[in-house]
Write a protein that binds this ligand. Structure first.
Ligand SMILES: [Zn+2]
Length: 199
């Protein structure tokens, strides 16, 4: 099936998004074409403005409009604990449990030599600079996913942090091995946080 150059280009751009195969890209493209002009304007403006206004929080490296972000600047949070996660979506997953009151650190990925993601690509340097700047940090919770890559990343960070005397814990594996914490239900994730162990 051949489409006009404009439609073909729209489908090609959408297909570059993660998790979008060519069929989904076609479906999205035809949905976009069926929208009212004002809806298309809202959609494109939301993309442009999110991209323009969003930066990384210089503390936790999460996406934010304000730096530092709402969590880092919330004085009610426990500033002695940092939960290290792979991606911004993990922060919202853990926040949803309402179990955790500390701060976060977002790595923006996980050590994955097979996919050409080296340790330098992760926000690990930023984590260490944080540990040096704030001497009130007492515990690092490693909440990377329970996959081979997540384990390897947790192990690496643990080895680097331990000599500083800061306690390092790993979320408990009430979570199935090979699983993303994104898909854990709230109760399992709450339990995994509570039952974290020395690492
Ligand atoms: Zn922050």
């Amino acid at each position: 099936m051949r489409y006009s150059p404009s439609v073909t280009q729209l489908i090609a751009e959408l297909a570059k998004l993660p998790g979008i195969g060519s069929k989904s890209a076609q479906r999205l493209a035809f949905h976009i074409l069926s929208l009212e002009k004002s809806q298309v304007k809202d959609l494109t403006e939301a993309i442009v403005s999110a991209h323009h206004n969003t930066r990384l929080c210089q503390e936790c490296q999460n996406y934010t409009d304000e730096d530092p972000c709402a969590i880092c600047s919330d004085t009610r949070r426990d500033r002695s604990t940092i939960c290290v996660v792979e991606s911004p979506k993990d922060v919202s997953t853990i926040e949803r449990t309402r179990e955790y009151k500390g701060l976060y650190h977002v790595l923006h990925g996980v050590y994955s030599p097979l996919q050409n993601v080296g340790l330098d690509a992760l926000k690990i340097k930023e984590l260490f600079s944080r540990l040096q700047r704030h001497d009130d940090i007492r515990e690092i919770i490693l909440a990377t996913n329970q996959t081979a890559e997540g384990e390897a990343t947790a192990m690496y960070i643990s080895r680097l942090v331990k000599p500083s005397g800061i306690k390092v814990t790993r979320i408990a594996s009430g979570l199935p091995m090979g699983s993303d914490i994104e898909f854990a239900d709230d109760i399992t994730l709450s339990k995994a946080l509570k039952a974290r162990h020395d690492f």
